[in-house]
Design a protein around this ligand. Sequence first.
Ligand code: SF4
Length: 618
Amino acid sequence: MQYLFRFEKARPSQDAMLADIYNALDSGRDILVNAPTGVGKTDAALGAALTCALENDLRVMFLTPKISQHSIAIEAANGIKRRFGLDFTLVDMVGKKNLCTNAEVNCFGSDSFYSACERVVKAKSCRFFEKYRAMAEGNHDEKLREVVAEHAGGGHNKLFDACFDAGLCAYEASAYAAKRATVVIGDYPHILNPGIKPAFLKKLARDLSDTIIIWDEAHNIVSTASSYLSNSLGTWTIRRAMAELSLIGDKTDISYLEFALSKLASDKLGAMKMEGAFVDIGELSGVIMANLDELVRMFQERGLEYSQKTKAKRSALLHIARFLSAWNTDDPASRRIITGRGKTARLAIECLYPGRALSVFGEAYGNVFMSATLLPLEMHANLLGVKSADMRSYASPFPRANRLAFVDASATTKYECRSAEQYGRIADRITAIKDAVPGNVAVFFPSFDVLKGVHRHMKRGSIYVQRSDISSAELERLLREFKGSADSLLFGVMGGSLGEGVDYPGNIIKGIVIVGIPLARPDIALRARVEYFDGLFPGKGSEYVYTTPAIVRALQAAGRAVRSESDRAVVVFLDSRYRYGVYSKLIRDTMGLVDGPDCTGAIKEFWRDSKEAARAVA
Ligand code: SF4
């Protein structure tokens, strides 16, 4: 079988992956794919899906959680076009704000951008939109076709530049291209957010029945979809909204909102000194409930006025409007929870399980769910509600001997064991491991609190440290400096921007220490989620909600060092709990574990062997 694959030769796992995905889709089944770094899953998934799509007059949608992950899919699809001389349309779709060519509207913050765009479109005062409309509706869309044909496949930035030069709205042009496209690269919210999906599909003038969807980084789908369906309002937001009102000279008194939240907190939590409590829909103050629609309208209007006047990126008034409009949503998988301490209170609508967003999988012709950490596959098939899907896991193409993983049980970050003495012991172990590794070592912690606690005990210099409030510019600089060093430590947190998604090329990390297990705080929302999952998947609540996601976060961070066939590194899981079956099984299955009482001797030996091997090759 000849698949549409952009390279002459596929890697061994890619061959299997191409065939597995094609066969599943061709037989009308979804497929879950666990493919470690280096397998080349984007090329294999796109190649198999496109082969099936072109044979059956279907389309392919490639969705990622972040825009930064689009470029690899664009490269893969363009590579297929070039190699096979195909001329299908490929378009890179991102949010409207990123493709707005009207500088007077684009400058609005994301909260008010959409209504600003709507206003100028209604008033026919956006010249970019008017020019697009004249071309698209006037049956003389040659120029539009030309711009789209030449630039849509080059990524959204190229299309933006071309549309700007041609005086066209780049968002409308990309939607115009997407209507006719065989491949659309997009973001999760386009299809996964029930608030965005209908408008997006309407724009594309299609449903999903003729579309194969490839979900990249699929281990994130459930938590991301839950976040789209959750919302919260805190007293600090209400205070910010008061300040916004006074900035626009509006004297409306909204202090009753803060009073309502504080009263709810004191009624529900006060006497029992509870950390959180469930709230029923009707328990929000009667005045608010009786005027909900009117209040939503008022907060929306004032929020837009504030955004237009100040050009602020965000508006607390608009945030309140969104929260109040979501309050009455009747979703059996949602819980309303009040928490509070002192003078602050927070009322949250927590989506425990995003079933209503995940129903979209059934609308598509087929789905490919792929990730480098989609283990255990059965768990993800259950969570995604695709139990009859095919499931495949592929071996890492990198030589196993290039990475050794150990458990160091000499310390723990277990909550009740945290102490200065424990942190000192962890600092000593990190130092001993660093001394055994000839090069940079990255250390990932379960939280900033533990990071700070251990950092205080480090006697060694040259440590690059991630702060909880670090800006993206500072983070980039920190990474640049660390990547330029040869014998340093990097301290970051698991699940944060240094522990996931970021690449450390050129084998610049020779060792990784995973300190503790990044378990979520067992608060009232987490406990409610565990209970809800126990109802959906009997006996699996804690595993699905609590333990496995923590291990996946640890594995994501542990996977940062070995990114190519020639990279070599050691990984140490530093916590006695990693010896327990529930935690060690997934690690053992993913990267193997070397057993032994003290890892530092084995680490020195590993690097001594590497030097000898390198000398022998030289
Ligand atoms: S129609 Fe297009 S160019 Fe005009 S404001 Fe909206 S997004 Fe921007």
